[in-house]
Design a protein around this ligand. Structure first.
Ligand code: NAD
Length: 459
């Protein structure tokens, strides 16, 4: 058994089983049996079950939010938002089950050419600890909608909402074995799942390092992989914003990096600001950062919670030290407040440079670097000076420029004059080392299916 800790207090929230490779056979045998039935189920049955899962998430929202807040160290208001978004994922895929299908194709032979879109097969979802419930839903809902049985392995720090979701799903009428949750270490249990030849698809969200390893392991059996990996996204702030617009830009940019205490793959942890407004922007950004309310996660007014663990805080502190050693200037933050748990005040550094290690590597903590630029081309080049390409924002009134820059930035997702980048209706994912494939939207159903081409002779 393994303790699940509350990062805001260090208290034990619950204990969960610690499974290993020896447990995988029984789990996957159940998955295969369940898959045989679920993959042949009527789409309306699937629609109704998914709809009921969404309803049960909403009915149990406060319970789920408290679990999520406790295990992940999230402010309760943020956890409530995440649970609402999780219900929306099931609602979206309940409505989408019958919107994806094969086609008939004009061919040059005498007969009929058509495609079936079929379930991809028994699937594995491996998810991280930063948005444990929501990211799990991004994978499990389309997998089930497409007719696949799925085994989920949550991060060791945050298994509780995954377990609760599986219980709700069975209560919603999902046949036993169709969605199982297993808890245990990624390196042993996770790898045993990835390398089992009965698994047809691995949908992974986590670090680029582990994603690369999973891709290598999956290569042996040509197991399909979807990888949502790390990010080092940029905000580009141009010089044509009005005074009010600059305020709005600061307010939004603040949460684009510090939301979830910076433990967000989409965090815009690199801010590139036109040289004529960089001083003004930085003053306002520092003031807004210092006004963020840090506190106990159960308090409804708290805006920022702790990092997930002492280790994660130590990593952020190490990057802060390296940033300053490299010549960046710490303007605010980076101290341990007088609270139990792994808290760190959000840190703003200016005089940053993309050559510095803290501007190149994903920190996954509340640390942002600000660097100035002169020209549009330079802004694009700075944004692209990264191995990652997940998200990003352009702040600019000139729509022609905004669109030119949007076309130039190498990224999977981009927002203009807002920091919002998560829309259940639209593809979510990255380019370069931020991953392969997409979660969310109808495209996720494609990633949990295979096309079969059938030709029927006319006579
Ligand atoms: P992680 O890669 O350490 O772990 C993710 C999951 O993989 C966990 O469940 C872990 O137990 C499991 N795992 C670890 N080693 C494994 C292995 N060898 N084989 C199989 N499974 C293994 O990531 P984390 O620390 O939990 O989460 C933070 C990372 O996730 C950050 O890099 C962040 O950018 C990324 N992330 C990406 C997205 C996205 O959509 N692109 C979203 C959220 C988080």
């Amino acid at each position: 058994m393994r303790d699940v800790l509350d990062p805001s207090t260090g208290a034990v929230v619950d204990r969960v089983p610690e499974l290993g490779p020896d447990d995988v056979d029984a789990v996957l045998t159940r998955t295969l049996d369940a898959h045989a039935d679920w993959s042949r189920s009527n789409v309306r049955v699937r629609r109704d079950v998914l709809r009921e899962v969404a309803r049960l998430i909403r009915v149990n929202a406060e319970h789920l939010a408290r679990l999520e807040s406790a295990q992940a160290g999230k402010p309760i208001s943020a956890a409530r938002g995440e649970v609402g978004a999780a219900a929306e994922v099931f609602e979206f895929y309940a409505g989408a089950v019958d919107k994806i299908h094969g086609s008939t194709i004009p061919g040059n032979a005498d007969g009929t050419l058509l495609t079936f879109r079929e379930p991809i097969g028994p699937s594995v979802a491996i998810v991280p600890w930063n948005f444990p419930l929501l990211i799990l839903c991004w994978k499990v809902a389309p997998a089930l909608a497409m007719g696949n049985a799925v085994v989920a392995k949550p991060a060791s720090q945050t298994p509780l909402t995954a377990i609760a979701l599986a219980e709700l799903a069975e209560g919603a009428g999902l046949p036993p074995g169709t969605f199982q949750v297993v808890t245990g270490p990624g390196g042993s249990l996770g790898e045993a799942l990835v390398t089992d030849p009965r698994v047809r698809k691995v949908s992974f969200t986590g670090s680029t390092e582990v994603g690369s390893r999973i891709m290598a392991l999956a290569a042996r059996d040509i197991t399909r992989v979807g990888l949502e990996l790390g990010g080092k996204s940029a905000s580009l702030v141009f010089d044509d914003l009005s005074d009010d617009q600059l305020d709005a830009c600061v307010a939004s940019s603040l949460w684009s990096v510090f939301d979830n205490t910076g433990q967000d793959c989409c965090a815009r942890s690199r801010m590139f600001v036109h040289e004529s407004v960089v001083d003004d922007f930085t003053e306002r950004f520092v003031a807004a950062t210092e006004a963020i309310r840090i506190g106990p996660t159960g308090d409804g007014d708290t805006e920022l919670g702790p990092l997930i663990s002492e280790d994660q805080r130590a990593i952020a502190e190490e990057y802060l030290a390296s940033a300053q050693a490299d010549g960046a200037r710490l303007r605010t933050g980076g101290v341990r407040p007088d609270l139990p748990g792994s808290y760190l005040t959000p840190a703003v550094l200016d005089r940053a440079d993309v050559g510095m290690r803290f501007m190149r590597e994903e920190i996954f903590g509340p640390v942002v670097g600000i660097q100035s630029f002169r020209t549009e081309d330079e802004a694009i080049a700075l944004a692209n000076a990264s191995i990652h390409g997940l998200s990003g924002t352009i702040w600019c009134r000139d729509i022609g420029r905004a669109l030119r820059v949007a076309r130039g930035v190498e990224t999977g997702m981009l927002s203009i004059n807002t920091s919002s980048s998560v829309h259940i209706e639209a593809p979510f994912g990255g380019v370069k080392q931020s991953g392969i494939g997409r979660d969310q939207g109808l495209v996720a159903l494609e990633h949990f299916s295979e096309l079969k081409t059938v030709f029927i002779a006319a006579d």
